[in-house]
Design a protein around this ligand. Structure first.
Ligand SMILES: CC(C)(COP(=O)(O)OP(=O)(O)OC[C@H]1O[C@@H](n2cnc3c(N)ncnc32)[C@H](O)[C@@H]1OP(=O)(O)O)[C@@H](O)C(=O)NCCC(=O)NCCS
Length: 128
């Protein structure tokens, strides 16, 4: 997770017995230009596969409504999870129309994920 400019009110958190077990956020990508990013989604390893990640995403989408275009960056292996919520892969022909901050984050993510995990970082979007 990019630790810069975190704002608590953007997060949806899941709690069990007073323990934080998952969270995710939607944050603006271009300061009011209408592009947003679903980011920082994480569920405690021991609690995965119980619907918690899906519940967090559903709540984030519900709260976001139709305010603008949603994007996200994810590892290529996680795209099936996001497709369930209506996200689709952004084709390389659409690359230049992506918000600059997203392209920057993807480059940084690819360095880390590509180098350490041998994974590709992909961009997905959800139509309004
Ligand atoms: C991705 C993540 C948030 C899902 O949380 P979760 O609480 O396990 O999600 P759910 O229980 O709601 O899973 C919903 C479904 O998605 C599937 N799924 C979860 N992670 C997946 C992945 N990486 N690839 C494919 N499918 C996946 C689950 O198998 C489950 O399928 P099922 O309903 O048929 O059993 C969690 O695995 C995680 O924290 N991963 C590490 C961080 C990460 O990858 N974050 C997203 C990147 S932006």
């Amino acid at each position: 997770m990019n630790p810069l400019f975190l704002q608590a009110e953007r997060f949806v958190c899941a709690e069990m017995d007073g323990r934080l077990i998952g969270f995710g956020q939607v944050r603006p990508l271009d300061g009011g230009g209408g592009s947003f990013e679903v980011a920082s989604l994480l569920v405690d390893e021991a609690e995965r596969g119980k619907g918690i990640g899906s519940a967090i995403v559903r709540r984030l989408l519900e709260r976001h409504g139709t305010k603008g275009t949603l994007y996200l960056l994810t590892l290529s292996k996680t795209t099936p999870f996001w497709e369930r919520f209506g996200f689709r892969l952004v084709g390389s022909d659409q690359d230049t129309s992506l918000p600059a901050l997203l392209r920057l984050e993807r480059s940084a993510g690819t360095l880390v994920a590509g180098g350490l995990l041998g994974q590709t970082v992909v961009v997905m979007t959800k139509d309004e």
